[in-house]
Ligand binder design. Sequence first.
Ligand SMILES: NC(=O)c1ccc[n+]([C@@H]2O[C@H](COP(=O)([O-])OP(=O)(O)OC[C@H]3O[C@@H](n4cnc5c(N)ncnc54)[C@H](OP(=O)(O)O)[C@@H]3O)[C@@H](O)[C@H]2O)c1
Length: 341
Amino acid sequence: MKAFAIDSYKAALRPREMPDPVAGPGEVVVAIAAASVNPLDVKLREGAFKLILPYSMPLVLGHDLAGTVIAVGPATRRFKVGDEVFGRAGTKHIGSFAERIAVEEADLAFKPATLSMAEAAALPLVSLTAWQGLVERARLQPGQCVLVHAGSGGVGTVAIQLAKHLGAQVATTVGPNNLVLAKELGADVVIDYRHEAFEKRLSGCDVVLDTQGGDVLHKSLKVLKAGGKLISITGPPDPGFARQIGAGFLIRQLLRLVSLKVRLNAKRQGVDYSFHFMRADGSQLAEIAKLVDAGAIRPVIDQVFAFDESPVALARVASGRARGKVVIRVAPDFALGRAKR
Ligand SMILES: NC(=O)c1ccc[n+]([C@@H]2O[C@H](COP(=O)([O-])OP(=O)(O)OC[C@H]3O[C@@H](n4cnc5c(N)ncnc54)[C@H](OP(=O)(O)O)[C@@H]3O)[C@@H](O)[C@H]2O)c1
């Protein structure tokens, strides 16, 4: 089958013939209609995760997919051939910039009926990140205030909508071209990060979902009330994350060290700091699909690229300027219109 892979870290993403995937126990093979690109794909190519996520080469990139089940492995219960599914492939099974992929069925959910394949492929990784950050970790309650950084990004566009659905007051930071988008998505307070200091405008927040790290992370502490939660998805990773991935002694010490400053500052302010690295989860995705079909969450798509343009799609995400999600149309003949059941 045709796939887009790298031969080594930092190498260009290139088309390549790869062996056809076979469904193992509990797995299904999906014919991919569409994939979407995440900054994680960019960072994997750069080798940013090679210490904690070692992959062998050639490595087919891509985590998000939507498509049709074409084979099922032994002991597979939830899906059958012909089912339309979407999901974030598990960390050991990545490779959605390809015509086909074997995925654990626990990582998949039925595609939302109201979405096209392209729209469905835009959602898994970012919506699971928003869900795990705001529902699982923050336990965001109606009436609470949350600041979502980069409300125009893949994660931010979903996080704003999910937080509003949960009944929260939502503030967000966006660039000047995305003020209208953030309002349309439901944000109550929209701050142009290029012209205004968010930490001067906001105070007393319950939760911050940080997508930027660095200065933005440290300034975010100032907008939280005592007892508030600062959840970062860009880092620095903390000892809790080291435990989650079962890191060895050296990595544990390294993560303790890199997160020391923000953990100490957070403690001083009575704020809880944690780093979250999202995980694939078909059950959560099924809950998200219900919200999509109920009209509470819609994907925002920056651009759709042809399969052959996968390297350009990756570069678009690497630019850091995407407005919502970048999608790759893998199957040449699939329609961009609404899916029919
Ligand atoms: N830990 C995890 O599990 C996890 C999961 C998902 C994502 N992430 C990470 O989270 C980050 C965001 O992911 P994403 O998919 O949302 O990225 P993305 O879609 O590539 O974000 C691009 C958007 O960010 C905006 N932006 C850039 N700098 C900004 C700033 N300083 N303040 C506010 N907005 C800014 C850009 O708007 P302008 O063009 O207007 O600047 C653009 O719309 C990435 O670093 C990604 O690796 C981590």
